[in-house]
Design a protein around this ligand. Structure first.
Ligand code: NAI
Ligand code: NA
Length: 399
């Protein structure tokens, strides 16, 4: 079957397995080109391992440090004339490449928020690896069914207090317009968003893993956060999602206590704004990313998820002297190049000038679009999209 992209708003309904395989191979090649990560992790659990930062974390651990990986995600295989999801094809590609390289890689497909998937994951670690020395927590989800109360929480992306008006772009059409986003009105919106994207589930995972004895001495765990520029504060850091990120960051202290007797450490890494399935859903942010990419590419400091995570492992989590550089709030910062004063000053200036007419000239909207399609295996260099795709791709070691 010939597979073409089919989009609805910021969602792509189809995915291309051969493009996904090539994109995963490109990430693997990048990690290998950077050389072995000294003192890197050996047995790694990645929660949210199929796309975005989580997939890059799994690839970096495996191909930068020869690590055995267990990946947890929520994806769909192909069925009855319907394509599988991008994360399914990515995971099939990752396992294929890992197995060919002689690396252990198994995956668990299901709801990571549930007690049942935690239990299955623990059993798999016990059976095959004994313990893990790194746990990466990289879930991004619009909803979570709470495992103790059964309540289904939905997150919202809204400002708090007052409406927020700014520029936004429809990245398919290139039309720049003003958008006004009303503030939260329902008082449950904030706690619901915190329940989905805050730190409670990360804590539940670490508590269960510890209680089962599957965390190694000196274990590390890392989750991902975002801050960004002032212009997105109302919709991001000071909005509902920012409340969840505050909660996630506060969980570090709780987990450091939990892991103390294992000499373990917990971290939040603040990462750069990048095109992923999650970030394309946030108003205003895609336009900011298009301008940011333009400026950072011109300066030679642009990174994608794989460059970010390779740097996180090599220059932050696994440094030569074992010290992890942190900011004044105790966070790892790999958004340092994004937040550099010169970068932000240029983005600010371009932001004020951006119109539909000059968009393709002053922003990297073309790069944004290409990366968006790349997430689903489309527009990947070297793939012949006129050829039948290899559609019935399986993840070989799915539990
Ligand atoms: P993504 O959408 O690419 O990845 C989400 C992952 O979570 C996928 O593997 C998906 O299968 C998995 N997942 C979602 N719901 C699940 C469930 N119920 N059970 C099991 N797996 C589930 O997202 P992305 O962008 O990589 O985000 C990961 C983290 O990085 C998030 O905390 C996000 O806030 C953070 N981050 C993202 C930035 C960006 O610009 N994209 C910037 C900085 C941080
Ligand atoms: Na991820």
């Amino acid at each position: 079957m010939i597979i073409q992209p089919r989009t609805r708003g910021f969602i792509c309904l189809t995915a291309h397995p051969d493009g996904a395989l090539q994109a995963v191979k490109n990430q693997i090649e990048y990690v290998k080109s950077k050389g072995a990560i000294k003192n890197g992790p050996k047995k790694v659990l990645v929660i949210g391992a199929s796309t975005g930062f989580g997939l890059s974390s799994r690839i970096t651990a495996a191909f930068g440090s020869d690590a055995a990986t267990v990946g947890v995600f929520f994806e769909k295989p192909a069925s009855e004339g319907k394509m599988g999801t991008a994360g399914w094809y990515n995971s099939a590609a990752f396992e294929k490449e890992a197995h060919e390289a002689g690396l252990y890689a198994k995956s668990i497909n299901g709801d990571a928020f549930s007690d049942d998937i935690k239990k299955q994951t623990i059993e798999l670690i016990k059976k095959d690896l004994g313990q893990v020395d790194l746990v990466v927590y990289s879930l991004a989800s619009p909803r979570r069914t709470h495992p103790k109360t059964g309540v289904a929480h939905s997150s919202v992306l809204k400002p708090i207090g007052q409406a927020y008006t700014n520029k936004t772009v429809d990245f398919h059409t290139g039309v720049v317009s003003d958008v006004t986003i009303a503030p939260v009105e329902n008082e449950e919106d904030i706690p619901n968003t915190v329940a989905v994207m805050g730190g409670e589930d990360w804590k539940f995972w670490m508590e269960d893993l510890k209680a089962a004895g599957v965390l190694a001495d000196g274990v590390q765990t890392v989750a991902y956060s975002y801050i960004g520029p002032e212009l997105t504060f109302p919709i991001y850091r000071n909005g509902t999602i920012g409340q969840a990120k505050n909660d996630l960051e506060a969980t570090v202290t709780v987990l450091n206590d939990l892991l103390k007797d294992l000499n373990g450490k917990s971290y939040v890494s603040v990462n750069k704004a990048l095109v992923t399935q999650s970030s394309s859903a946030i108003p205003v942010v895609p336009l900011y990313i298009s301008l940011l990419y333009k400026v950072m590419k011109a300066k030679g400091t642009h990174e994608g998820t794989i460059e970010q995570i390779q740097r996180l492992f090599a220059d932050r989590l696994y440094t030569e002297n074992g010290e992890v550089p942190l900011d004044e709030a105790g966070r790892i910062r790999v958004d340092d190049w994004e937040m550099a004063d010169d970068v932000q000053a240029e983005v600010d200036k371009l932001w004020k000038e951006t119109t539909t007419e000059n968009l393709s000239e002053i922003s990297d909207i073309a790069g944004y679009r290409k990366e968006f399609f790349n997430l689903f295996g489309f527009e990947v260099d070297g793939i012949d999209y006129e050829k039948d795709a290899n559609e019935n791709v399986q993840v070989p070691s799915i539990e």
